[in-house]
Unconditional design. Structure first.
Length: 81
């Protein structure tokens, strides 16, 4: 009795990501921000809550890539690391 069927969303493909980002105007501040958030979220596989909680100070540029500090991940609510 009474449980809704679970539907798993299919993972976003690179082609779908390209179509999504190509509709955004990156020459505006809002467009650049939106592209950055979408691409960072895709590349890092962060949960939406973790992605929205990021500050600019949480993102560190390194010669080999980008280091993203997630302060309170869902699996470590107490911050034990």
């Amino acid at each position: 009795m009474g449980t809704a069927p679970r539907r798993e969303a299919h993972p976003l493909t690179v082609a779908e990501l390209d179509r999504l980002v190509s509709t955004i105007d990156p020459t505006t501040a809002i467009g650049a921000r939106d592209c950055a958030v979408i691409l960072l979220g895709y590349a890092s596989a962060l949960r939406p809550g973790e992605l929205s909680a990021l500050d600019l100070a949480d993102i560190i540029l390194k010669p080999t890539g980008v280091l993203v500090a997630v302060r309170r991940p869902k699996t470590d609510q107490d911050g034990h690391g």
